[in-house]
Design a protein around this ligand. Structure first.
Ligand code: ASP
Length: 446
């Protein structure tokens, strides 16, 4: 059986087992405080750990945890070795500038296209106007615009390399260090420069082998993850936010099934269906883990060995993309914040959803998606930050928290899909023979 068929089947099987658990064990949710990053804490109904269902889920949760740890274990060494070798082998000169320029332009454009899609839909349908959210309407809205986003730039530069390397959440810092290190490695003369480059290349080769091994474990990991996710989710919170969810789903699907395939076809001359098939292990991992960072090893393996993108391109484009190119998250920020802003503006004369506010949301949504870590619910936390900087209360985020998992799954899938389309288009423009490996013996296929 082909690997992607196996993964798809195990995903469906996982959903099936999760639904059976939901149907056969009673709902036992208890309020519990959940800590999201950035110090935001909320109270949320979670599955009671002593309940029957939780005890059934426990072994699946354990397998899922081990699988996710395996993926996370690869993140830092893979980013470090891939970017250092990628940049150093580009020689740090003209090639580097050209590839970097193409990558950044692609990332900017696709994120803006995603935001535009969301913006049009949320303004046409106006889901926030009539929504029955039961949120308290404050008397005044005090505007503290701009707060928080100078931070993103400041935080990009690590003050301690080893501290950054020891934290999976500090990907952008690791990338900045690796870019600088690789750039100067290329400028260091023999014997030191080439000798050290050889070391990084060798280490990178080993890491990719480990990634290929983890790839073969995905069907089991994905199965366990889906049982856990479906089993732990109550269906209650989805009622009031149906229209909002529908808009997010619809626009995310539009971006990934229409916009990005058109770019693939017309910019790269690549068949989107075949490219999607080649990248399917990465897409399904993204979907079930809700984390672009965790998916990175799989994306690199798939793009290189199933898609035929050169190592020179993947090792630069994909780690950067997993960190700063999040089309799904950008779209979600925009639609989520405007949805709540519509609600407040419909219920209070003190807040007006003006064109200025919309422009502010578009810009911050783009910045937020660049700054978001590739971990579950990162986009939700940023929603709270944008709402605050608009002077809106952030308790709307609490509502969105309850429904975040399915939305997060899809936006993470879109994030990874956009990175991979970027790798294909840029690879093609650099002369890579995209999808040619499929005809031969694809080394990544197990
Ligand atoms: N979970 C997403 C990702 O890792 C980020 C987000 O929450 O939007 O790509």
């Amino acid at each position: 059986m082909k690997l992607h068929t196996k993964i798809l089947l195990s995903m469906l099987l996982g959903v099936g087992v999760g639904l059976i658990l939901q149907a056969t064990t009673p709902e036992e949710f208890i309020p519990s405080s959940v800590q999201l990053q950035e110090g935001l804490e909320f109270t949320k109904d979670v599955l009671d750990p002593d309940s029957l269902r939780a005890r059934w889920i426990a072994p699946f949760a354990m397998v899922a945890q081990i699988f996710m740890s395996l993926l996370k274990m690869l993140i830092v060494p893979l980013i470090l070795t891939s970017i250092v070798t990628g940049v150093a082998s580009l020689g740090g000169g003209k090639d580097f500038g050209r590839l970097g320029g193409k990558t950044l332009i692609y990332y900017m454009c696709t994120s803006m296209l995603a935001i535009a899609t969301g913006l049009v839909a949320v303004n046409l349908i106006e889901p926030g106007k009539g929504a029955n959210l039961g949120l308290e309407i404050p008397q005044n809205f005090d505007k503290v615009a701009g707060s928080g986003f100078g931070d993103i730039l400041t935080r990009m530069v690590p003050s301690n390399v080893f501290a950054a390397l020891s934290e999976n959440g500090a990907m952008l810092q690791v990338i900045i260090f690796a870019l600088i290190f690789g750039f100067f490695l290329a400028r260091t003369q023999a014997p030191n420069g080439p000798r050290l480059l050889q070391f990084f290349q060798d280490a990178f080769e080993v890491m990719m082998r480990v990634a290929a091994w983890v790839l073969s474990l995905i069907p089991y990991g994905v199965f366990a993850l889906m049982v856990k996710v479906v089993g732990e989710t109550g269906l209650e919170p989805f009622k009031d936010l149906g229209l909002f969810m529908l808009i997010i789903f619809g626009t995310l699907l539009f971006h990934s099934l229409v916009t990005l395939p058109l770019l693939l076809r017309f910019l790269g001359g690549i068949n989107p269906v075949r490219w999607g098939k080649a990248m399917s292990p990465a897409l399904m991992t993204a979907f079930s883990s809700s984390s672009s960072s965790m998916t990175l090893p799989v994306s690199m393996e798939s793009a290189e060995h199933r898609g035929g993108v050169s190592n020179r391109v993947t090792s630069f484009v994909l780690p950067l993309g997993a960190t700063i190119n999040m089309d799904g998250t950008a779209l979600y920020e925009c639609v989520g914040v405007i949805f709540l802003a519509q609600y407040y503006s419909a219920h209070s004369a003190a807040f007006d959803l003006t064109l200025g506010v919309q422009i502010f949301v578009v810009i911050t949504a783009l910045l937020a998606s660049v700054g978001a870590a590739g971990i579950p619910s990162a986009g939700l936390v940023l929603n709270a930050i944008i709402l605050k900087s608009l002077g809106l209360p952030d308790d709307g985020v609490l509502l969105l928290l309850a429904i975040d998992r399915p939305l997060d799954m899809l936006r993470t899938g879109v994030n990874v899909w956009s990175d991979s389309c970027g790798a294909a288009i840029i690879g093609k423009s650099e002369g890579d023979n995209i999808l040619a490996v499929e005809a031969g013996a694809p080394p990544g296929e197990t």
